[in-house]
Design a binder for this molecule. Structure first.
Ligand SMILES: Nc1ncnc2c1ncn2[C@@H]1O[C@H](COP(=O)(O)OP(=O)(O)O)[C@@H](O)[C@H]1O
Ligand SMILES: [Mg+2]
Length: 262
């Protein structure tokens, strides 16, 4: 299967082989073959209900497939100790899910503390991550989540997911709730952060623009099937109607801009 090869020369960090999965008795992901290379930013794009969140949940074993297998860093997810697997994978969600009563520093520190790190090491790591994500430890460490903007909270979500330094990051529509300008800033920020940390990132989104802004490869998911998997350039030129459908909003926006500019 042509999709099952990772980028040449790099070992696959996450690999789906013939994976089918159902939700509520209905098949929502079918015969998925996909290999994500170490250090890659792969964006999986599909409309609402296409099966995007399901794919992420299969990676960290929040869901188990009906058929096929998933391996993470060369080991089947079923062979991983569940706690070790989850620690190996950072997870960023759209609604962030910060603990409202905890400070920003304590939110970021949740996993390191669960792992029993010394308080000194926890504090050092929190400071490092708040700096990495552009928050500034001095300003934000002691604030509560409600004292931050949406974009700042999303940065905390990224910092928290990176706390135990996992090699893999799953991102589920992470910037979908942000206004377009903040979202665009976050795309640049994520690229800057990724250039420093070089994780393997699987991001799912309904927004093709988001995929173009961040991904090294783009997958297109339609009705639970991988309709395309390619470089951004080739996705942009694709004539597959399932790909064109997701490109349409981008083309419309740029056409409207061109026509307004005269
Ligand atoms: N807990 C659930 N029970 C039943 N059906 C579900 C559940 N979660 C998701 N689904 C269905 O599975 C399909 C894929 O869902 P999901 O992976 O969340 O899609 P996406 O993230 O692309 O919007 C959708 O049709 C959705 O309604
Ligand atoms: Mg979803």
């Amino acid at each position: 299967m042509k999709y099952s090869r990772a980028v040449q020369g790099s070992p696959a960090e996450v690999e789906f082989r013939g994976v089918s999965a159902s939700r509520g008795g209905r098949v929502v992901v079918e015969a998925l073959d996909l290999a994500i290379a170490s250090g890659e930013v792969l964006a999986m794009v599909g409309r609402s209900g296409a099966g995007k969140s399901t794919i992420l949940k299969l990676v960290n074993r929040l869901l188990v497939p009906d058929a096929g297998s998933i391996s993470v860093s060369g080991r089947l997810t079923t062979e991983w100790d569940l706690f070790e697997l989850r620690r190996h994978i950072g997870y960023v969600l759209q609604d962030v899910g910060l603990f409202p009563h905890l400070s920003i520093a304590d939110n970021v520190a949740v996993v390191p503390r669960l792992l029993g790190w010394s308080e000194r090491r926890v504090q050092d790591r929190v400071r490092e991550l708040l700096e990495l994500t552009g928050l500034g430890a001095g300003t934000f460490a002691d604030r509560r989540p409600h004292e931050l903007s949406g974009g700042q909270r999303q940065r905390v979500g990224v910092a928290r997911a990176l706390a135990a330094n996992p090699p893999i990051l799953l991102m589920d529509e992470p910037f979908g709730a942000l206004d377009p300008i903040t979202r665009s800033e976050m795309h640049d920020e994520l690229k800057r952060i990724q250039a420093e940390i070089r994780k393997t990132i699987l991001i799912v989104t309904h927004d093709m623009g988001e995929a173009f802004a961040m991904a090294t490869r783009i997958g297109v998911l339609a009705d639970g099937r991988l309709a395309a998997l390619d470089t951004p350039g080739r996705i942009a030129r694709s004539e597959d109607p399932r790909v064109r459908g997701l490109l349409a909003p981008l083309l419309e926006a740029s056409e409207a801009l061109r026509s307004a500019a005269g």
